[in-house]
Design a protein around this ligand. Structure first.
Ligand code: CA
Length: 369
């Protein structure tokens, strides 16, 4: 039997570790409560994305209005707060400080780092919304009342924007939209997953513009520093994934259509294999045969020219023979002087010599072939 003192010590040790276990479970629960955003379920459906009749003063890049279908998903009831960012990243990059303010000063790449860490902590698959999901949620999903801003036609009801703000505000302090989601309109711009592109004309199902890691990324909803026209549900903004400002934040999405991770640059096609000896030989033979054909054509051409020249010389000789007497008596070329007769004969001889030379040249060329 062990002495009582040792028994007590062992009991204390056991109680200590049980207590430690309870505390650590609590810390974990608290932590995951802090980091995990409150989500709102959005029933999927089909809507007209982009500038519709309800909008005023649309820009060309909000058009054309086109049919889009999105699957069910859940979206953050609020923008990601600084408390949530701090709990995951252990830092706070925001210009305007406050636990319940949306995190600001985050670029698109920062959001990806945050999401990666959050997913590792929670075992879930949080991501940024696609532009289509964002706009569908902002329009109130299948409960949409067709407002200009997310939840109202009166911008001051739902948005922190230039006319009523000098900074960000605590999330959820204006009215929510038809689905109970806050600040989709105003407060901070919200990064979307998609890269920038013009809208298509045709109907789309779960559209997402995947692109390489340096592509410009979309932002939606306007912010505390922007005019009312930028907090409309169809307005689109975009920026470099490295660009951050105290006007940029984000919110998260769960579920929905699975988005592949950012694709790598397309693979470089492998170089064409070196031709084999047989291929090289076949190519050489082919090349030589073609060259041979073309040289034979040229020889035929030269022979034809040769024949024509011979004919010309023979005609000329005949002409000279026929007219030699006439030329020597002085009637050739209308001149009777001996000097001009000589000159005429010289001219004919020169022509004959020239043609003879041409024939010699052709012969030489033929021999070279
Ligand atoms: Ca917002």
């Amino acid at each position: 039997m062990r002495p009582a003192r040792i028994r007590d010590f062992t009991m204390k040790k056991i109680i200590f570790f049980i207590a430690l276990g309870i505390i650590s479970v609590n810390i974990h629960a608290q932590n995951s409560q802090t980091v995990e955003p409150e989500m709102v379920f959005v029933q999927g459906g089909t809507f007209q994305m982009g500038c519709g009749n309800e909008q005023r003063g649309c820009y060309y890049y909000e058009k054309p209005s086109h049919s889009v279908t999105v699957s069910d998903f859940s979206i953050g009831k609020y923008e990601v707060t600084q408390a949530q960012w701090q709990a995951v990243m252990d830092t706070n990059p925001s210009r305007f400080k406050g636990d319940n303010l949306p995190v600001d000063n985050v670029n698109w790449n920062d959001t990806q780092e945050f999401i990666q860490k959050l997913n590792a902590m929670t075992g879930k698959n949080y991501r940024l919304p696609t532009e289509a999901e964002w706009e569908y949620a902002a329009r109130g999903g299948n409960k949409s009342k067709g407002y200009i801003y997310s939840g109202s036609n009166n911008v001051d009801d739902v948005a922190w924007y230039r006319d009523n703000s000098d900074s960000t505000h605590a999330t959820g302090t204006k009215l929510s939209n038809e689905l109970g989601i806050y600040d989709l309109t105003g407060n901070v711009w919200e990064w979307c997953f998609d890269a920038h592109t013009d809208y298509p004309d045709s109907a789309q199902i779960n559209p997402v513009v995947v692109a390489y890691s340096n592509s410009l990324r979309m932002l939606r909803g306007g912010d505390w520093n922007g005019d009312a026209k930028y907090v409309r549900v169809t307005y689109r903004n975009w920026a470099s994934p490295n660009y951050h400002t105290n006007e940029f934040g984000f919110r998260l999405v769960l579920g929905g259509h699975v988005i592949d991770t950012i694709p790598q640059a397309p693979p470089v096609p492998p170089p064409a294999p070196e031709p084999t000896f047989e291929e090289r030989t076949a190519n050489s033979i082919d090349y030589i045969a073609k060259r041979n054909d073309s040289q034979e054509d040229r020889i035929k051409q030269l022979e034809k020219e040769n024949q024509e020249l011979r004919k010309e010389i023979s005609d000329l000789k005949e002409y000279v023979n026929e007219n030699i007497e006439w030329i020597s008596t002085g009637s050739y070329g209308g001149s009777s002087s001996s000097a001009s007769r000589e000159s005429s004969l010289m001219g004919l001889r020169e022509q004959i010599n020239y043609l003879q030379n041409e024939i010699n040249n052709l012969r030489y060329e033929l021999q070279r072939k």
